[in-house]
Design a protein around this ligand. Sequence first.
Ligand code: NAP
Length: 422
Amino acid sequence: LKRCRLGLLGLGTVGTGLLRLLDRGGEGLCERTGARIEFVRALVRDTGKPRAVEASKLTLEPADIVESSDVDMVVEVMGGIEPARSLILRALAAGKPVVTANKAVLAAHGAEILAASQAAGKPVGFEASVCGGIPLLRAIATGLVAEEVEELVGILNGTSNFVLTRMYQDGLDLGAAVGMAQERGLAEADPTLDLDGSDAAHKLVILAEVAFHTAARFDQIEREGIAGITPTDVKVADEFGYVIKPVAVARKLPEGLDLRVHPALVPFTHALGPVSDEYNAVLVRGHATGETLFYGRGAGSLPTAAAVLSDIVELVRHPDWRIPWDPAKSRPVVRAPGKSRYYLRLPVLDRPGLIGKAGTILGEHDISITHAEARLAEGGEGTGNLMVLTHAAEEEAVERALGEIVGSAILAGDPLSLRILE
Ligand SMILES: NC(=O)c1ccc[n+]([C@@H]2O[C@H](COP(=O)([O-])OP(=O)(O)OC[C@H]3O[C@@H](n4cnc5c(N)ncnc54)[C@H](OP(=O)(O)O)[C@@H]3O)[C@@H](O)[C@H]2O)c1
């Protein structure tokens, strides 16, 4: 039986979940994995907090984890960029393999961490960093090794998906749905990174790097959050056969990677249509297997800890194991040419001729309308919404047309444009 003594950087939601899995796994885990995995100690900020482990197993000194001779592997579950980045680098330099669940540090410093891992000859496992409990990265890297992945479309942020699902199923507005997510522990006190698309973009960088074996830059990713979506949008989308989902899309193009995170209208019949509440899913498209769908819990203490533990076991069994990703082969983030259909909501002033005016501007930008509907009582006295579904149109044309509509003094608020996923 191989022995692996773990030092944890952080003992919060995921770290505590890992200890529960180790306790519960016991001998059965040893038999299944061929390894005896032992918890040695954890770095925390506050040793006085009530915890499931005795105080002697806690430390405030990072060297007790990353440079200690009684730690064989370091598990980084503290989150954030610093000191997580420096401590991962120190652990590798001290000859310790590292497992991390930290998408933020990987999205910002993945290339540096991977280079340090290669220089030290010690692997870094990061299965838990994308879609928590779904065994996704290793499945793409090994199960789909024969595949040339062409495109990934996913729901990578469980909080946004929960919020949009509650708006859809319970008729809540965005604020009330966010409050419900917070009550259920699915959203942070400050949910900005979840709602503005940053969290999904962190995961998309990592996912794209693993799927396309190349490095990508987080700050180049176009991100649109869900903050502008109203119950009206959710209702109108439903009437047209769509559900609004927070999607992330990655496509490999000859000139680079097209990576984007935005809410979109998804047809009920699409594989991502039924993916509700805090669930995540990723649809992988490739030349050999066609479409493969991964679905499951993207976060939470035990699902995420299960992914961390799977990395630990993998690295104990195969110390040379690597995700085949080459940071030296960096690709720029580019815009894919092509058109999409759009849903537009224009909050309009109730004036004669406004539908004609908006339609004319769209037409002048070569955007043709498949459906248009005005609901003029909804926004209060003298205002309302004009909802438009378009035929496939160029993204830039839509932006230009909306700019012109904003300047035409027929609007009572900011317009919303959402792509329709085919
Ligand atoms: N929670 C999830 O569902 C989930 C899912 C997927 C990935 N992840 C990722 O997993 C990582 C951990 O998340 P979490 O939810 O477990 O976080 P958490 O509950 O906030 O726990 C963080 C832990 O790290 C410790 N810590 C933070 N900063 C520190 C510092 N500067 N020095 C020493 N200790 C420090 C904290 O110490 P104290 O206990 O003393 O405060 C705490 O024990 C993050 O990267 C997150 O993105 C989480």
